[in-house]
Design a binder for this molecule. Structure first.
Ligand SMILES: [Zn+2]
Length: 81
């Protein structure tokens, strides 16, 4: 029994050692392990992030546009009424 637990502990040790000492990053898209020099695991993931960024920016501009229009409406209404 003591032998078994020792084996288990050794396995656990090597596991933590491999994850802590091996330099690596995780792909922010699919969470796969990537080289620390690389940002994403593949061009596909990079493209996905780029597309998301574009969509996020577009949404931000739409929000700003809506806010400006709302403010203009309020301003006009306060001037008219
Ligand atoms: Zn990925």
């Amino acid at each position: 029994m003591s032998k078994k637990s020792y084996k288990f502990e050794k396995l656990k040790d090597s596991e933590t050692l491999s994850t802590t000492t091996y330099p690596h990053k995780h792909c922010p898209v699919c969470n796969r392990m990537v080289d620390p020099a690389e940002e994403y695991c593949s061009e596909e993931c990079q493209d996905l992030v780029k597309k998301k960024d574009k969509k996020g920016k577009l949404r931000m501009w739409i929000m700003i546009g809506v806010a400006v229009i709302a403010m203009a409406v309020v301003l006009v209404l306060s001037l008219v009424l």
